[in-house]
Ligand binder design. Structure first.
Ligand SMILES: [Zn+2]
Length: 249
């Protein structure tokens, strides 16, 4: 479930992210009162099977049943794990279109929940998630070539640092960046770390934490946030929450 809002006295409109249908909204009758009807399972971070009924002439499905298969609500016991899972959930909610099947993104979100439960919270898991999400949406970040001159020489991008050109979805080499407005600079270490996590399972991303220095970690975060912000119309609530937890802007 991506989210839900109250509807009338007892009903709720829930937004589900389904592997077969993509993001759908469904009316859960008496979902606010009757916990028995949907179990306690109709909650964020629960993966399950929903029975939906299509209504003629309505965008809204009716949720008949929901059965949990994987319950990751235990994430709520750890505020940082919860924040990370919430961030991934909000990104999927905001960046996907209604009723457009996105099985790759569905699998990625489930992988994020499993990783958030099994591994220590790591910024690199979020970077890997962001990169793979952008790719699945057709907005893959261009990290191996200059988006201006097209040079694919890693040294040209790494020598003086590559500049993030978010409106073009990638990086510019130092030579091209001179003619552009200033953007975040991505150092060689951060660029290589992003390439490494993008190609590996989310669960292996935390191993970078001890390898990449704090400065490169920050640059990678800023670069990804700039690239993602291009596709958002408003700031993410979950990101604000993570910032508060970190105690930094
Ligand atoms: Zn260039």
């Amino acid at each position: 479930m991506l989210g839900s809002v109250a509807y009338g006295e007892a009903d709720r409109i829930v937004t589900l992210f389904s592997r077969d249908l993509g993001k759908v909204s469904a009316l859960g009758r008496a979902a606010s009162k009757s916990r028995t009807r949907f179990g306690a399972s109709l909650a964020p971070f629960v993966v399950g099977e929903a029975a939906l009924e299509e209504r003629h002439g309505s965008e809204l499905y009716v949720l008949l049943r929901f059965e949990a298969r994987e319950d990751h609500t235990g994430l709520g016991g750890d505020v940082l794990r919860l924040a990370h899972a919430s961030y991934g959930t909000e990104l999927v909610h905001r960046l996907t279109a209604q009723r457009q099947a996105e099985p790759t993104i569905y699998d990625l979100l489930v992988e994020l929940y499993r990783t958030a439960v099994a591994s220590a919270p790591s910024a690199w898991v979020l970077r890997a998630f962001e990169l793979r999400l952008l790719e699945a949406l057709g907005f893959a970040a261009a990290l191996t070539r200059c988006v201006v001159c097209g040079v694919t020489d890693g040294a040209a991008l790494d020598e003086a640092g590559a500049t993030v050109v978010s409106e073009r979805g990638g990086l510019a080499c130092a030579r091209c960046a001179a003619s552009l407005r200033a953007g975040n600079v991505l150092c060689a270490q951060a660029r290589r770390a992003l390439l490494a996590v993008a190609a590996a399972p989310l669960a292996s991303a935390p191993s970078l934490a001890g390898v990449v220095d704090a400065g490169a970690t920050t640059r990678a975060r800023e670069a990804m946030h700039a690239l993602i912000a291009e596709h958002l119309t408003a700031p993410l609530r979950s990101l604000e929450f993570i910032r508060q937890l970190r105690g930094q802007p």
